[in-house]
Design a protein around this ligand. Structure first.
Ligand code: AMP
Length: 249
């Protein structure tokens, strides 16, 4: 069974991003970039499925600038078999990514597609749902457990106040939540070996997809700064301030 995993190159989660002076976006020049953490979990899950003898081949796909190749090499070092880079300088929005994934799925015919539940840069949480809809496949989003059988997959989902398990007919789309697994540490020999694994490059035009953005970002702003706190002398003073100044009582 082929498994397709989508991996996005994003600003590393440890970086404190700065909003550009003109408010048009965040500054990513000279900033550390890494694989989206939810996508690392997606790759890890696919590798575990292969190790368990349930998956036969893992194909990782990334879309974006040339440097996404580094992200794909990391996924190959984690255990993916081959990679596809859809190279473009155009800003890709979730619908465009979903359309590209649909075309790749048509070529590769995977039985399972695993994505992160969201990319930590745009926080869209849309691509998995969109590609499932475009393909007409079932979707198990926010997975904390994936139980793959020959023709179905049971996905345990993290929902408000508990867990829900859904059974999907294959082929299906799964998006990962934080507790699904803990991605492995990539060892140096695997990084070296990953350099020799196949990496195919295509363009959105090769796949016949128009990736022109549909949405325009009007403004990006820093969160409001927290004002300094004060000390009160007594509980009575606290209650008075909450009542008269903060007006929350
Ligand atoms: P989003 O809908 O943007 O929050 O992204 C959800 C998931 O879709 C990510 O965790 C990735 O698995 C996948 N994805 C989004 N954008 C890309 C991209 N440019 N290349 C590869 N995968 C992507």
């Amino acid at each position: 069974m082929k498994v397709l995993v989508a991996v996005k190159r994003v600003v590393d989660y440890n970086v404190k991003v700065r909003v550009k002076a003109d408010g048009s976006g965040v500054d990513i020049a000279n900033v550390k970039m890494s694989m989206n953490p939810f996508d690392e979990i997606a790759v890890e899950e696919a590798v575990r499925l292969k190790e368990a003898g349930k998956a036969s081949e893992i194909i990782v796909v990334s879309m974006g600038v040339k440097q996404c190749e580094e992200t794909l090499r990391t996924a190959l070092a984690m255990g993916a078999d081959r990679a596809i880079l859809v190279e473009t300088e155009t800003e890709l929005q979730p619908l465009a990514v979903a359309k590209l994934l649909k075309e790749i799925a048509a070529k590769e015919a995977p039985q399972l597609m695993i994505l992160g539940k969201q990319a930590i840069d745009d926080d869209a949480n849309q691509t998995g749902q969109m590609v499932a809809a475009l393909l007409g496949w079932g979707q198990g989003t926010f997975a904390s457990k994936v139980d793959l059988a020959a023709e179905t997959v049971n996905v345990t989902r993290e929902i408000d106040g508990g867990l829900e398990t859904v059974k999907l007919a294959l082929p299906a789309v799964v998006t990962t939540d934080l507790r699904l697994n803990e991605p492995r540490y990539v060892k140096l020999p695997n990084i070296m070996a990953a350099k020799k694994k196949p990496l195919e490059k295509v363009s959105p035009a090769d796949l016949g997809v128009d990736v022109t953005p549909r949405l325009t970002t009007l403004k990006v702003a820093e969160p409001a700064k927290r004002s300094a706190g004060i000390k009160v002398a007594s509980a009575a003073e606290l209650v008075a301030k909450l009542k008269n100044e903060a007006k929350v009582l």
